[in-house]
Design a protein around this ligand. Structure first.
Ligand SMILES: [Zn+2]
Ligand SMILES: [Zn+2]
Length: 352
C-alpha cells in the first residue's frame, strides 16, 4: 500500500509499504478521507510539538474516516463494509485518569500520527491507504454521511469536549480567538450550545467570513480594530462569559485573558508555536477559571455525539472543507495549508 512519510522538515515522500494486519480486537480500515490538522502542520514545519519529536521517516495524520475491510475474530461492534469515523486516541484503560473517565489525558495514550513520549511509543498516522486500530475506536456512521464529514468528527469532538469543560449556559456571551478549523468548530458548537453573542477574530478575512456564516454574531480583524476594546464596547464594559483561545499565539492568549469577564471561563485550545507563552498576572484579580483542552474525550463519546448530530442534520460541517487533494498531491496540500494559501480552511486528502 502507499503511505506518505515525513522525511524531514517540510519534506514528504510517498513510499510503498506492507499493508497492516489486524491484531486481537482490532479492525483494518481502508481509509477514504484524512484531514490536515494544525498539529500536522506543526510536525511538518518543526518536526516536533514540545517534547514530542519525530524520528524520520514518519507517517503523521489522524483526522480520518474509511471503510472496515477486515477485523480480528473477536470484534463485534462493526461489520465488513461498514463506514466509520476514527477516534484516533487509544488510551490504556487502566491508569487513574482512564478510570476517572478522562482517557484523553492518559499518559500512555497511543494517538495516531504522533511521535513517542516517555510513556508511549510513536504511532504511525493516517496519511496512507490502510490503518489498523482498536475496534472500539472505529465509530460507525450512516452511509449518507460523506467521508469528509466523518473525518471532521475528530475536529468537532475537540470543540464539544471544550464545551463540556466550560459548560455554556443559554445566553452566555462567547469570544473565539482564532478562526481556523478548531476556532470555527468552536463557533458552531457554541451556537448549538445556546450562546448569544459570539465574537470571532482572525487575521484572515475569508476565515472571518466563514465564522460569520457558521454562527458568529460579530467578527473582528485585529489588523483593523483593537479586539478587546471592541468586545468591551459591545458587552457594555462587562467582557465575555467564555473566551476560547484557538490559535496558540501570544496575542490570542492575551486577548482571551483580557476579554473574559470577571469570574468568567477561559478555554485554551491552541497549540503554542513557541515553548513559552506569557500572560499578565493581573488576570488573578478577575479569578477566571482556566481550562486547558487536550484533544477530545472518548469516555464521553465525543465523536459518537458529533456523528449523531450530523446524522440528524443538526450539525453542518461540510463548509469547513475548502480543498481536496489525492494522496499523490499531499506535498502540495501541506504547502498550501502551511502558507494559508488560496483561502484554505480544511484541506482533505482523499485516498483510493
Ligand atoms: Zn487534529
Ligand atoms: Zn490510561
Amino acid at each position: 500500500m502507499k503511505a506518505a512519510f515525513l522525511t524531514g522538515i517540510k519534506r514528504i515522500e510517498i513510499r510503498e509499504i506492507e499493508k497492516p494486519v489486524p491484531k486481537k480486537s482490532e479492525v483494518l480500515i481502508k481509509l477514504k478521507a484524512v484531514g490536515i490538522c494544525g498539529s500536522d502542520i506543526h510536525y511538518y514545519r518543526a518536526g516536533k510539538i514540545g517534547t514530542q519529536v519525530i524520528k524520520y521517516p514518519f507517517i503523521i495524520g489522524h483526522e480520518c474516516s474509511g471503510i472496515i475491510e477486515d477485523m480480528a475474530g473477536d470484534v463485534t461492534n462493526v461489520k465488513i463494509g461498514q463506514r466509520v469515523a476514527v477516534e484516533p486516541a487509544v488510551s490504556c484503560g487502566t491508569c487513574e485518569f482512564c478510570i476517572d473517565g478522562r482517557p484523553n489525558i492518559c499518559p500512555r495514550v497511543k494517538f495516531l500520527g504522533t511521535p513517542a513520549t516517555s510513556a508511549s511509543p510513536a504511532i504511525d498516522g493516517a496519511f496512507r491507504e490502510y490503518i489498523t486500530i482498536s475496534a472500539d475506536n472505529a465509530i460507525p456512521v450512516a452511509d449518507k454521511i460523506s467521508f469528509d464529514e466523518a473525518a471532521l468528527t475528530e475536529v468537532m469532538a475537540i470543540a464539544v469536549h471544550s464545551m463540556d469543560l466550560v459548560k455554556i449556559n443559554k445566553g452566555d456571551t462567547v469570544a473565539v480567538f482564532g478562526s481556523g478549523p478548531i476556532g470555527l468548530a468552536v463557533v458552531i458548537m457554541a451556537k448549538l450550545s445556546g450562546a448569544s453573542n459570539i465574537f470571532a477574530t482572525d487575521l484572515l478575512q475569508n476565515r472571518l467570513e466563514m465564522a460569520q456564516k457558521l454562527g458568529a454574531t460579530r467578527v473582528i480583524n485585529p489588523r483593523e480594530k483593537d479586539v478587546v476594546n471592541e468586545i468591551y464596547k459591545i458587552t457594555e464594559g462587562r467582557g465575555v462569559d467564555v473566551a476560547f483561545e484557538a490559535a496558540g499565539k501570544q496575542e490570542t492568549i492575551e486577548h482571551s485573558f483580557n476579554a473574559v469577564r470577571i469570574g468568567g471561563r477561559v478555554s485554551v485550545i491552541g497549540i503554542p508555536e513557541t515553548d513559552k507563552i506569557y500572560y499578565s498576572p493581573e488576570i488573578r484579580r478577575k479569578e477566571p477559571v482556566i481550562y486547558h483542552v487536550r484533544r477530545s474525550n472518548h469516555a464521553n463519546k465525543d465523536v459518537e455525539r458529533i456523528v449523531s448530530l450530523i446524522e440528524k442534520g443538526m450539525l453542518k460541517v461540510k463548509p469547513l472543507v475548502t480543498h481536496r487533494f489525492p494522496l499523490e498531491k499531499i506535498e502540495k496540500a501541506f504547502d498550501m495549508v502551511d502558507g494559508y494559501k488560496d483561502g484554505v480552511i480544511k484541506a482533505m486528502i482523499e485516498i483510493g
